[in-house]
Design a protein around this ligand. Structure first.
Ligand code: ATR
Length: 279
């Protein structure tokens, strides 16, 4: 039996097993199974060893261990060494390699809606666990013109800016691309406004930014990484203003798709049925 895991804490609500087991069945990997496992920080080293010993074939890592697992892996591609955020573990040439498919998954989710990063102004709200991957997507994979960053705890946004300012030159981007705004401060009108915070996971939660100017920029896209609930207040308000909206479902699907492909060599199907699994 080939065993796969998603590890995190808490993990009860993860939909990754439903998705991967659907794909295993669909693509006739009848000897493969994907399970969720709640772990503590002290368990991370053993999980990596189990991959090395072939007891586990592949692992997805979710909050709060995407950063911590980095200390236990054998190697990682350049972009992961930068963000130190890992969501997929794969054994390659006897080494456990840590990848991050969130970055690429995010990019594909926009591109399949014909949205290109080039010369776009973006406003990123939040500086939590997933934000480095989003920033990396905009810088490494796309070349955004301007990136505003705002987090309730300003120092965390500043920390991210410090790391990424050093990388801007490598990607032919201007020194002042990233600008920190105070929490709930207005930015100039942007093309994409993205919520990377956890505000909205509970139905009555709401960000208190004033987005009323976007009444005059209907084509602006409001993207919430949350996909459950399907429509957070952030997205509901944007829809009412007539702006474009998108939730995090397709990013989640694509990051899973990319991990599945790394483990099996097969590009798993993304169809209506698989999209419904996440409802
Ligand atoms: P995780 O990595 O598990 O997603 P996290 O790293 O704590 O969790 O990130 C959560 C993000 O949501 C952070 O940007 C957090 O802001 P702080 O850095 O100030 O904590 C943000 N967040 C969570 N609850 C919030 C709230 N009530 N108001 C504003 N921002 C909030």
């Amino acid at each position: 039996m080939n065993k796969y895991l998603v590890i995190g804490n808490p993990i009860a609500h993860s939909l990754s097993p439903v998705l991967h087991n659907y794909w295993f069945k669909k693509h006739s990997f009848l000897d493969s199974i994907y399970e969720k496992k709640e772990v503590e920080k002290k368990d991370l080293k053993k999980i990596v060893e189990q991959i090395k010993n072939d007891e586990i074939k592949g692992v997805n890592v979710t909050v709060p261990f995407k950063r911590e697992i980095f200390d236990f892996i054998d190697s990682a591609p350049h972009e992961v060494q930068f963000t130190k955020s890992v969501n997929t573990l794969v054994k390659e040439n006897n080494k456990v390699v840590g990848y991050n498919t969130d970055q690429e998954g995010f990019k594909i989710s926009l591109e399949e809606n014909d949205w290109n990063f080039k010369n776009k102004k973006v406003f990123i709200i939040g500086a939590g666990g997933v934000t480095p991957s989003i920033l990396s997507s905009f810088i490494r994979l796309g070349g955004a013109e301007k990136i505003y960053l705002s987090n309730r705890t300003r120092s965390k946004a500043e920390e991210l800016k410090k790391i990424w300012d050093k990388a801007l030159g490598i990607y032919q981007m201007k020194k002042d691309t990233i600008e920190i705004l105070d929490w709930e401060e207005k930015s100039e009108l942007c093309d994409l406004i993205i919520n990377t915070t956890s505000v909205g996971l509970k139905k009555d939660e709401k960000l208190n930014f004033d987005f009323s100017d976007y009444n005059n920029k209907k084509e602006a896209l409001f993207y919430d990484l949350i996909y459950n609930p399907k429509e957070t207040n952030f997205l509901k308000d944007a829809r009412k203003r007539g702006n474009k909206t998108m939730n995090g479902k397709m990013m989640f699907l694509w990051q899973a798709h990319l991990a599945f492909k790394m483990w099996t060599g097969v590009s798993p199907i993304i169809d209506e049925e698989v999209i419904k699994l996440l409802d």
